[in-house]
Every structure is written in C-alpha cells, then in structure tokens.
Design a binder for this molecule. Structure first.
Ligand SMILES: O=C(O)c1ccccc1N[C@@H]1O[C@H](COP(=O)(O)O)[C@@H](O)[C@H]1O
Length: 203
C-alpha cells in the first residue's frame, strides 16, 4: 500500500475494472456482495481477486447480511477485508475478528459523529446516508476523526471534487464508486485513472 493518501475504488465487476484500478495505483478495490447494480457473486470475486497483486487490498462490501453469509462469501472469494454498511453491533464485529480480515466500518456521518474503533474496526469509513448513491455530504464538517486515525471519506466523490474534499476533511483515505462510472454499475476506465491522479494531485 502507498504511504500517501489511501485510495479505494469500489464496485468493480470485470477484469478490465480491476486491471485499470490496479494500474492506476489504487490501494484497495471493492466488490459488492449486497443488493446493488454492482453486486457480484463469490466465484466472480474469486476470479477477480486472483488478478490483484498482494499490495492491493481486496474488500468485500456488505450491508446487513447474516454473519454466516459474510463469513462464507469472504472465505469463498478470498477477499482480505470486510466492509460493513449495516447496523451491525459489536458482537457481529467480534464474530468476524477471528477470521483475519481487515474490518472496515461504514457509518453515515451525523450526530453524534461516529468514532473510530467503537466496534473494534481497523478502518472507519464516513459515508453519505445512502451508500453507493453518488450523493455527497458536507465534508467540511469538523472534526471528523482524531489525527492519525485510519478513516476513509466516501460519498459523491468524483475526479473533479476529490482534491477539494481531501483539502476540506483531511481524511486518511478516499473511497469512490458512482463517481468513476459511465452509467450506474458500469465503471469507466478513464474516470478511474483520472480519480487516482486527482486524489494524489497528479492531474
Ligand atoms: O456501491 C454500492 O452499490 C453499495 C451497496 C451497498 C453498500 C455500499 C455500497 N457502496 C459504497 O458506497 C460508497 C461509495 O459511494 P459513491 O457511489 O461513491 O457515492 C463506498 O463506500 C462504497 O463501498
């Protein structure tokens, strides 16, 4: 993984999506296993994971799925991180802790502000109210997290606004899905490359 801003590209479904994100320099790529136009099955994710080098984190995205389904999809696909978007409680997180997956807790930003580590997660993800909707929220609201904490900014990011968002919120990393698509659920290679460049300020 890069020591600079951590970049995750989410909702990938094809070999071309994965190859583009890896070549662009993404630190993590996400596969959606819950209801979504981006949903893929474990066998597809396993095939895509096999294309990904060790230094890129593969993430499975779940929303309010039974714990046993998360465990089996994560095991069967070979992903290395689990991202949870539902109202999962501490017991649910503890039920995944022994699996060796990096745990990412997604929370909608609101009051009270979600705090890093409350569920024992490794990374906190602050998102809009509706995940995967491409809708942004007020990133300039501060403080979002304590300095040095691993937290990802997500929700409505695009190649055009990611620099502004990073400057406003100072996240550890960023996560994007809709903003790098040509139509809903279909990634655009040029936008993936442009996003990574812009996020690292190399446009
Ligand atoms: O992308 C989805 O369809 C999705 C479905 C269920 C849970 C999370 C989902 N995506 C997450 O949403 C943000 C990105 O949102 P945006 O489209 O860039 O606004 C990211 O965390 C995805 O992992």
């Amino acid at each position: 993984m890069s020591s600079s801003l951590f970049i995750k590209i989410c909702g990938l479904k094809t070999d071309r999506d994965v190859d583009t994100a890896v070549e662009a320099g993404a630190d993590a790529i996400g596969f959606v296993f819950s209801a979504s136009p981006r949903r893929i099955d474990a066998a597809t994710a396993a095939r895509l994971c096999a294309r990904v080098p060790e230094n890129v984190l593969t993430v499975g995205v779940f929303r309010d799925e039974p714990l046993r389904d998360v465990r089996s999809l994560a095991t069967d696909s070979g992903i290395r991180a689990v991202q949870l978007h539902g109202p999962e409680d501490r017991g649910y997180y503890d039920g995944l802790a022994t699996g060796g997956w990096t745990l990412i807790r997604a929370a909608a930003f609101g009051e009270p502000a979600p705090r890093h580590g409350d569920m024992g997660e490794d990374i906190l993800l602050l998102d809009a109210l509706v995940p995967g909707s491409g809708i942004a929220w007020d990133w300039s609201t501060k403080p979002l997290a304590a300095p040095g904490e691993k937290w990802l900014l997500a929700g409505g990011l695009t190649p055009d606004n990611v620099r502004t968002a990073v400057a406003a919120a100072s996240p550890w990393g960023v996560d994007v899905s809709s903003g790098v698509e040509q139509t809903r659920g279909v990634k655009d290679p040029a936008l993936i490359t442009a996003f990574v460049r812009a996020a690292r300020d190399r446009s």
